[in-house]
Ligand binder design. Structure first.
Ligand code: OAK
Length: 829
């Protein structure tokens, strides 16, 4: 018979979406029912956390109904699906996102009010899901939201880390890392999917079935199995048009308890296998653009890639398709090289498990995969020691050798035959021990490879991927990053959003290109007055937070100059704090010279092992405590370092910013996405011609952005032409004065060597060209101050920033992926 394995006839899909909630009373009762019957709590004693959980469960019912409905439609339509494989999803909170996309915020405020709960406090009770380090992880989260909003059937796959990105405290100016326990009280958004669990192998040996060139069937006998346990979080799109899932895997032992050992009193030994297995999904590596270089990291990468591919093939076959049709039904996006081992795993599954011929398996694999590169920093280009791969993934190593032989042979046939070209094209790097180049594997196994801004994509073609690009000139393409306007405008800045709706109409909520209509209103005094009021309210909110957390009083009428992002030398927080020191010295020298009052706001985490970045955090904090207690400058300059930067804090800081610092060494920031969030909210950018700053300048127009510094091409020349930082320091009294003050212990009384590693780096090597760009940066800051004094001109520029940001919606970015890379459309209803 043609009944499915369940024995039940499939029948027509039942309409699953729950009836819309029509009244506050209905919704209030739905929330209360969750509080009482799902959580067993009493309304009179319920905590904010209890209300959050009850509300999330009530909302989840509705989102899940949409997700099942979307699934049914996708299946019935035989529609292609996208699979987004990412080791990081930096989601943040989901409550307001879900309410916004379901259009239930107002209703919920009222319903909670009737229940005696406070919406703002309930909202704050949700912990951030911080399953990512920075840009790459946050981009994945924006993309999930946009794919749902565009009704593109998509499943995100990643790891359900028990401990996400660490919580940062600053003690005596020093970063202290504490574990973040986001799951401690449970996670009401997720649903366990035990029927999707699968077992992932490691180690062991390979049994050769055919000849020994690796291209015929083999049987891998792993020495160890780890169970991948599936958890789904539904992701609802804007106006509830469609819902997708984020499927996160956690790890546990196949047999979590050895009862014999336990009964014999060996309580630790009885669970040792489970502890070992669970370590795979225990912590997120804080490896933002530096390699973790450890076995556990490779285990994580293979674990989630293999579980995800298993799931993708299972679904494809269950829906009755032949494997040869996989590229028509599945687009698999690799978010950087972290899941690149999936390419070898796909070949293994097709060849060894399903008996597909090698060349056909390769056609299927390349047809499905595409790869996004997120950095060109040499230390972040992933390579794995061949010996480690052979031990952990012996069959994959064989497959990689065979793929590499085919690839090098094809290159030779196209004329790339010299030893040096073959060595540079090889998947195996022989220069520092033998290591597998994951970027090369990802490139060769993908039909498209993309960079994340025009500049970055150009540099991919010219530098790291040059030889591969010559071999496959149509493979590299650009998709400039984007951000979801739902979270970064509607939710983070409801005041500005209300104003935009008033001025531009409801259409602005659905079509970001409508923002361009602001251009004609840039000189409108009425609009300006309302914008000023809205920014001021956001600045008051941030000032209150700073007051509560740090006891520093801020003047909301001062210029809020904001630099928030991961701490990394190439992002040059050091350039900013040096300029702050120099500004402080200049104000002290001439206190009555008509300075623009300024607050320099910093936030960001440093990788625990990154000593220089940690020291820069210390410098910022030490400079802050000296400057903030100086009575001479106290009305004119404040420096603030807000601890524990995360998505939720960003949502408060960004709408309150006047000036956005995007000052990386040109050529080093692949794109940046914070730059987009600030400009969308009307902050003016001070920045280098790096990453997406260049495209932002093109869209907001050069008069409305403060560009300074060396270009990427000039940086490249500088590095070759024998330039020395002392040249720049000698030529700049302001810079020399700032460095000297730091070296002299002005900010580390009694310990003048505290910042010696920073001073030495600046004076001797200055790999990130801080000294080379200092004067140009300081001059740009004077332009900032001059424009700030001209209130009309400043706000005109601010309006033109918001007006120009339509193209930076992640809906546009996802639309480009869909068209150019995935060959998929949104699902029609
Ligand atoms: C993290 C780990 C390894 C490789 C890259 C990253 C990463 O976060 N890169 C960042 O990706 C963002 C999204 O594309 C870009 O906007 C940032 O410029 C880039 O540094």
């Amino acid at each position: 018979s043609d009944l499915p394995a369940s024995g039940r006839a499939p029948g027509p899909a039942v309409p699953l979406a729950l009836a819309p909630i029509r009244s506050v009373a209905d919704w209030r009762d739905a929330i209360l029912a969750k509080l009482v019957y799902a959580l067993g709590r009493d309304q009179r004693t319920a905590s904010d956390r209890d209300w959050f959980e009850a509300l999330a469960l009530a909302l989840r019912d509705r989102v899940v109904a949409h997700a099942l409905d979307s699934d049914n439609l996708t299946r019935a339509a035989g529609h292609k699906r996208v699979y987004y494989l990412s080791l990081e999803f930096l989601v943040g909170r989901l409550l307001v996102d879900t309410l916004t996309n379901l259009d239930m915020t107002g209703l919920t405020r009222a319903a909670l009010g009737e229940l005696g709960a406070d919406f703002e406090r309930v909202r704050a009770a949700e912990p951030d899901a911080a399953l990512g380090n920075g840009g790459l992880g946050r981009l994945a989260a924006c993309f999930m939201e946009s794919a749902a909003s565009l009704a593109i059937p998509t499943c995100g796959y990643g790891i359900r880390y028990e401990n996400g990105l660490f919580r940062q405290e600053i003690r005596n100016g020093v970063q202290v890392e504490l574990p973040e326990d986001w799951l401690a009280a449970g996670n009401p958004w997720e649903i366990r999917r035990p029927e999707r669990d699968c077992d992932i192998g490691f180690g062991g040996h390979v049994e050769q079935v055919g000849d020994d060139d690796g291209a015929t069937r083999c049987v891998w006998h792993p020495a160890e199995l780890v169970r991948a346990v599936a958890h789904d979080t539904p992701v609802i799109g804007w106006r509830a048009r469609h819902a997708n899932r984020l499927r996160l895997w956690s790890a546990r032992a196949v047999a979590p308890l050895r009862l014999d050992a336990f009964n014999a009193g060996d309580y630790l030994g009885a669970v040792a296998d489970d502890v070992r297995a669970r370590s795979v999904s225990r912590v997120l590596y804080p490896s933002d653009t530096t390699p973790a270089g450890q076995e556990l990291r490779l285990r994580q990468e293979y674990f989630f890639s293999a579980a995800s591919l298993h799931d993708i093939l299972r679904r494809h076959l269950a829906e009755g398709y032949d494997l040869s049709r996989l590229p028509d039904m599945a687009a698999i996006q690799l978010n950087d090289t972290h899941p690149a081992i999936a390419i070898a795993e796909m070949m293994r599954l097709l060849v060894d498990r399903h008996g597909t011929a090698w060349n056909e398996a390769w056609r299927i694999t390349c047809g499905c995969f595409s790869y996004t590169n997120h950095t060109l920093l040499p230390e972040a280009l992933e390579t794995w020691p061949v010996a480690l791969m052979e031990r952990l993934l012996p069959r994959h190593m064989q497959i990689i050798y065979r793929l590499n032989a085919d690839h090098l042979e094809a290159a030779r046939a196209k004329g790339a035959a010299s030893d040096s070209l073959q060595a540079s094209l090889s998947m195996i790097d022989e220069t520092q021990g033998r290591r597998v180049r994951m970027g090369t594997l990802a490139f060769v196994g993908s039909h498209r490879v993309n960079g994340v801004s025009a500049l970055h994509t150009g540099l991919m073609r010219e530098t790291v991927f040059h030889d591969l690009h010559v071999l496959h000139p149509d493979r590299i393409t650009n998709v400039t990053n984007g951000i979801t306007f739902r979270r970064w405008l509607f939710e983070a800045n409801p005041r500005l959003t209300g104003l935009l709706v008033d001025v531009l109409g409801d259409a602005v909520l659905d079509d970001p290109s409508v923002l361009a209509g602001l251009r004609g209103l840039a000189g409108d005094p009425g609009l300006r007055a309302r914008l000023i009021a809205c920014r001021r309210a956001n600045k008051v909110a941030l000032s209150n937070l700073v007051g509560e957390q740090l006891g520093i009083g801020l003047d909301p009428d001062a210029l809020f100059d904001v630099h928030v992002k991961r701490l990394h030398e190439y992002k040059r927080q050091l350039l900013n704090i040096l300029e702050a020191v120099s500004l402080w010295q200049a104000i002290r020298a001439r206190p009555a010279a008509g300075w623009v009052p300024r607050v320099k706001i910093f936030a960001g985490k440093a990788a625990a092992s990154y000593a220089q970045a940690r020291l820069i955090i210390r410098l910022i904090n030490d400079v802050a405590s000296v400057i903030n207690s100086d009575p001479v400058t106290s009305d004119l300059l404040k420096v603030v370092f807000l601890p524990n930067f995360n998505v939720s804090l960003a949502e408060i800081i960004i709408p309150a910013a006047d000036l956005s610092e995007q000052i990386s060494t040109a050529g080093m920031e692949a794109s940046g996405t914070g730059n987009m969030k600030f400009a969308l909210n009307g902050a003016l950018t001070i920045g280098t011609l790096d990453g997406a700053n260049i495209e932002i300048r093109d869209h907001v127009r050069a008069d409305n952005i403060f560009i300074f510094g060396l270009t990427a091409a000039e940086v490249a020349v500088r590095r070759l032409d024998g330039w020395h930082p002392e040249f720049s320091i000698v030529a700049s009294p302001a810079l020399a004065g700032a460095i000297e003050a730091i070296g002299r212990g002005t900010f580390s009384p009694g310990e003048d060597t505290r910042f010696a590693p920073i001073v030495d780096e600046l004076r001797r090597t200055d790999r990130f060209l801080v000294t080379a760009d200092f004067d140009s940066y300081a001059e740009a800051q004077r332009r900032v101050a001059a424009l700030w004094r001209d209130r009309d001109a400043w706000w005109r520029a601010a309006v033109l920033n918001t007006a120009g940001m339509g193209p930076f919606s992640s809906d546009r970015a996802i639309g480009e992926y869909a068209e150019k890379i995935w060959h998929v459309t949104g699902l029609e209803r």
